[in-house]
Ligand binder design. Sequence first.
Ligand code: ADP
Ligand code: MG
Length: 602
Amino acid sequence: MTKRITVLSQETANQIAAGEVVERPASIVKEMVENAIDAGATDIRVELEGGGCRSITVTDNGSGIERDDVALVFERHATSKISRMEDIYTTGSFGFRGEAMPSIASVAKVEMLTRRADDLEGTKAVVQAGFTEGITPAGTPAGTQIRVTDIFANVPARRKFLKTEATEQGACLDAVTRIALARPEVRFTVTADGREVFAAPAAKDIEQRVGMVMGSDFRDHSLAVYGGKGNASLRGFISTPSLTRSNSRGIYLFVNSRFIRDSSITHALLSAYRQVIEPRRYPAAVLFVDLPGDEVDINVHPAKLEVRFKNPQEIYSLISKTAAQGLAGASLPGTPADSFAYRLEPRETASASSGYWRPKERPSRESVPHGLYSLQNLERAVNSDVLPHVSERQQPSFTADREDISRQEASFGGLAYLGQFAGTYLVFGGSDGLVMIDQHAAHERIILERLKASGAQQTASQPLLVPEVVTVTPGQVALLEEALPLLDGLGLELEIFGRDAVALKAMPACLPHIPAREIVSDLADQLQDGNLSRSLRERKEKILASLACRAAVKARSALSPEEVAALCRDLEATPFNTTCPHGRPVSVRFSLSEIKRMFKRK
Ligand code: ADP
Ligand code: MG
């Protein structure tokens, strides 16, 4: 039996279309703030209640709307910004589809107050779930104020998809941040339940605005870049290798002042960093690409978050070359920033990385430092030779003591240590085969298990002598605040320190020293990515795993035989020592018979 075809009611059609534009409170904030900018506003105030889930109010000092046009605001495909298809290539406005306001009004209650500066009287409009309830004269300051409540009241399915208020508030603040970065001349204020959580006074230029919005860490660890190719130009700021993030959220891309996501541009940027930051770390950046309107199609995504370039190759090379030049110029004169070779082979003993194993050697008495064996000194020496800007990174130490080492050679599972290969893999051999250990994966697992074991004890947390204040984004403050009890349970004691900073007061005692800035910024990234359907236990594990990853000795750093011995002993005493916290193997074994087979021997 076939079903008959019917035309959907206007209301249903609008609700369905709204799904594309209005995904969550942050989408409403984005559309309304963009409308305010399109209306020429220089002062925009956003008020959130319940993280934007209960209500969102945007007040602007823009052009206002004529009373006769007010009804049209909520009509689909009604816009004051373009009249012909071609206009979208030349328009400087954010909007042109005439879809946002009708979409918002179809899934919420919208109350609008608006007045043009020259009109004596303003207008009030109330629209609920797609129905206009009234358009009446009203007194109001020049400009427009739109208050949205009952968000998704008539679409319970969507309401269910909302995350916690802190997460939604974070997303709303991100939406404002993106717009604020590209519009330095506009003043932005955001309050959450009456408390000011974001403030960006009018700035004189992009640089000043970037400093305000991205926080002092980025300001202190970034460099300006400029470049051009064909008709396209690039300007912006990229982080130095000393500032990295655990995901790509700190990368803001703008094309003709519009925030976009573009995996190809992100990739181009990462390619410039490949040689100077560790794998799976990301830079932070604010990049503005400007090009003629007919060389980019902005009409390929309902929320205009993606664009299509006429010459994507050209854009790719513009980004990767400009960033690479910037990074190269930032290093000390005469020291190539992109040369990890120095870090790989700082001493002749590290020559294993060139593809041959180093013969087993007994550490000479003099070369054995006193006290704890530590990678710290080595790393510091190496880094300061080549990459002075990463020298502040401290490496963890293994808890080997001197007496032990002089008595015992490095071995694993009864196999003798042969050497380090590719600066990453520790190779062991014996009568029945070969074992390779991934040093980073192994250390990561050791630290994670230690963190988990110490989590149960009260004494596991070590107060910092001086609490370290770290800047984060305003959106992340809310997330960290919400997570305080969770973090406390992990031995991480934080205190919220104003709109865009937190103080780290204590951290797990067993955690080898990682700079507070990195701990906090990684945590914030994690929480932002946090999937709430995960159980509390899983969320805790994820946080611990990311700490372990930060603290673990890096791939591509030379280890002395003493350090290898300490690592192996720790590893043998660690549960779950066959995989790293990400599930990758810690060691790979080749039996003698396998090796013989490879050589076609019997
Ligand atoms: P678009 O922005 O694509 O034109 P919208 O649905 O977002 O479509 O808005 C519809 C119209 O409502 C806009 O074209 C504009 O004329 C008017 N409008 C919306 N918000 C404002 C505002 N804050 N100030 C002035 N006019 C506005
Ligand atoms: Mg719009």
